[in-house]
Design a protein around this ligand. Structure first.
Ligand SMILES: *[C@@H]1O[C@H](CO)[C@@H](O)[C@H](O)[C@H]1NC(C)=O
Ligand SMILES: *[C@@H]1O[C@H](CO)[C@@H](O)[C@H](O)[C@H]1NC(C)=O
Length: 224
């Protein structure tokens, strides 16, 4: 071994000496920087973790399946609006059944305000609300919503509307629009992505099928 190359022992000694000096002088960073650096490190790690959780939760959207609609009442009668203008008025009483499924494998979902509307042409004849509820992970519930409207004036738009109460009443084509807002609580409120679900169904109110549960299995679409 050449005398010019230091032996391994000598190297170790030099390194140890260097280390000791670093520790005595407070290392590469002044001592007071360790704590903020530690906090920043934890923060970065946590943010990264939260981002992964958020990304993983996004594809696990709640799933809404519209089951049936039942018309209890669909009455068209002559009347007058608040300002005395003569018009046909519509009273609707119906119930809708749907399932709400939380597909999330690691988070619960809070279902917030929803809006359900039954309209004829552009006229809203009945409205309903699903109510607020909490759905735990990987579970579903059957929801029944009442869609009602009382003495809704239809003006010129209701010319061909006939009452279901009359034996010869014709079927009435209606549009059901559903808007549901939900929020997933992935990491409490820190990571809580929102989901908006919009569903449109074409419904036919058939006077010959009053009070029957009519399947809407193939009548709904969900625009993106
Ligand atoms: C609507 O129909 C349901 C079921 O028949 C009935 O219980 C409810 O009282 C009706 N509501 C109105 C406002 O007529
Ligand atoms: C569903 O759509 C079909 C085709 O448009 C229609 O004939 C049927 O009456 C609809 N069902 C209900 C319950 O509205």
């Amino acid at each position: 071994m050449s005398r010019l190359t230091p032996s391994k022992e000598q190297f170790d000694a030099i390194e140890e000496e260097g280390l000791h000096r670093d520790v005595e002088e407070g290392g590469f960073m002044p001592g007071r920087c360790y704590f903020p650096a530690f906090v920043a490190g934890i923060f970065v790690l946590f943010s990264f973790f939260a981002l992964i959780m958020w990304g993983a939760s996004l594809p696990q959207k709640p799933k809404i399946t519209i089951k049936t609609i039942r018309f209890h009442e669909f009455v068209v009668q002559a009347g007058a609006d608040n300002s005395g203008v003569a018009t046909k008025m519509v009273t609707v009483n119906s119930t809708l059944r749907l399932t709400f499924r939380n597909t999330g494998t690691f988070f619960g979902v809070h279902v917030g305000p929803s809006l359900l509307e039954l309209s004829y042409s552009q006229l809203i004849l009945a409205t309903g609300n699903m109510g607020k509820f909490y759905q735990s992970r990987k579970s579903q519930r059957l929801v029944t919503v009442a869609l009602k409207g009382s003495n809704i004036p239809v003006y010129g738009g209701g010319a061909d509307l006939t009452s279901a109460n009359r034996a010869l009443g014709r079927p009435v084509p209606l549009t059901l629009t559903i808007m549901v807002n939900a929020r997933a609580y992935v990491l409490r409120k820190l990571v809580s992505p929102k989901f908006h679900k919009w569903i449109v169904c074409s419904v036919v109110m058939d006077p010959k099928k009053m009070s029957q549960a009519l399947s809407l299995k193939d009548n709904c679409t969900s625009p993106p």
